[in-house]
Design a binder for this molecule. Structure first.
Ligand SMILES: [Zn+2]
Length: 407
């Protein structure tokens, strides 16, 4: 059951991700912006002789045992790498292991990248089983100390923050839907159920040449959501498409980040529209696309999202309809800047983009709208319009369409 919210478009005014910078930057730069744990060990004075830390091979051997323990759900082996003289750290590591053991990893492997005294900088790579087709790569830190017979882990990285991940929340869990994996805390089943029902709606428009599955994150609170969004507040948006911030600069995996504050405020229609919109971005690879014009990226996602809802344009595009009713027609299709965070007519930009795509789909057919999207990612907008629709500018017909649909 999905909870009621006050009206389908009460939140957000536009349906989708709302912020292009999130779309483009994904989670990049997230590390270090926000400490999630709140319980990390304080930076310590290095004891005399600390420079003589463990050798790389010793750290690597510990990491291999730890990584295997995560995949084999072997708590004893995992904790055998942790020094018994550090009860606080040991308790946090137990918590971490429990969180990790609830997540379906196909792969989870830490490697050492650098050892400086007692501090090891690590490269953690993981994949969720059945979903990730490439590695997600994070930078994390652990400190080591001498124990009988070698070295063991004794602390977090002190003032070095791990890249944020869902398992920083000790209460994290995962729900596997038919076509989705939802990781986080709260109504995960609700999100999974809704996402499963959105997948065929996206495939009906874009075809079956995409993964037809997705990973969504529903963090437990706004701070965790902000950390996963690269330190940007999610205030005012219900969900955002992101790509994981691979520490090695490679392309990460798509994630749909659902706002824990926005989700409960949406009613059933709002949830359907928001998740279909985000899933369309996943299907079209929007998180790695900075070429396709924004009006096509966002308008297409809203076209798919609203397509079978029977929502009248004047209801879904209320702000724009009010302007048109006052005789204020926009001069041209919304630019990239019109979709920027804090843009004064952000809602209207989404509505303008949606109606442009709706018009193209209605007059030329959805196949040609899809072709236009793909062509416009490869060549200039003008060339794509000419090639696919036989026109070079949509402004005139689109303004007339706004007057017809909203006037
Ligand atoms: Zn969007």
């Amino acid at each position: 059951m999905e909870a009621d919210a006050p009206g389908p478009f009460a939140f957000p005014a536009h349906s989708g991700c709302g912020r292009r910078d999130l779309l483009l930057a994904g989670l990049a730069g997230a590390a270090g912006l926000l400490g999630l744990g709140g319980c990390r060990s304080a930076p310590r004075e290095k004891p005399p002789g600390a420079a003589a830390g463990p050798g790389r091979a010793e750290v690597e051997a510990l990491l291999e045992a730890r990584s295997r323990a995560v995949l084999e759900h072997d708590a004893a082996r995992f904790l055998a790498t942790v020094h018994s003289d550090e009860p606080g750290f040991r308790a946090r590591q137990e918590e971490l292991f429990t969180a990790l053991s609830r997540l379906p990893f196909a792969m989870w492997r830490e490697h050492v990248t650098q050892v400086e005294g007692p501090l090891a900088t690590l490269r953690l790579a993981y994949r969720y089983r059945g979903f990730d087709t490439g590695d997600v790569v994070l930078t994390t830190y652990l400190e080591l100390g001498r124990a009988d017979g070698g070295w063991l882990f004794t602390g977090d990285g002190g003032d070095k923050e791990d890249a944020p991940e869902s398992w920083a929340d000790p209460d994290v869990r995962a729900v596997r839907g038919e076509s989705c994996l939802v990781v986080g805390r709260g109504p995960l089943e609700q999100v999974a159920d809704r996402l499963d029902r959105c997948v065929p709606a996206v495939t009906a428009v874009v075809g079956s040449g995409w993964a037809r599955r997705a990973v969504a994150l529903l963090p437990g609170d706004a701070d965790r959501a902000e950390a996963l969004a690269g330190g940007r507040p999610l205030e005012g948006i219900a969900a955002a498409p992101t790509a994981t911030p691979n520490a090695d600069g490679s392309r990460g995996q798509d994630r749909i980040l659902v706002s824990p504050e926005g989700w409960p405020r949406l009613n059933a229609l709002g949830r359907r529209v928001v998740l279909t919109h985000e899933l369309t971005h996943v299907a079209m690879g929007s998180a790695g696309d900075d070429r396709t014009p924004m009006w096509l990226v966002e308008g297409f996602a809203d076209h798919v999202a609203y397509r079978d809802t029977g929502t009248p344009p004047a209801a879904a595009a209320r702000e724009l309809a009010e302007e048109v009713a006052r005789g204020e027609l926009p001069g041209g299709l919304p630019s990239r800047a019109d979709f920027a965070t804090g843009a004064p007519r952000l809602s209207q930009a989404y509505q303008e983009a949606w109606l442009a795509c709706r018009m193209v789909a209605g007059r030329y057919g959805e196949d040609r709208l899809l072709r236009l999207y793909r062509e416009a990612g490869r060549r200039s907008e003008r060339e794509a319009l000419h090639e696919v629709l036989g026109v070079t500018d949509l402004t005139g017909p689109w303004r007339a369409y706004l007057r017809e649909e909203l006037g």
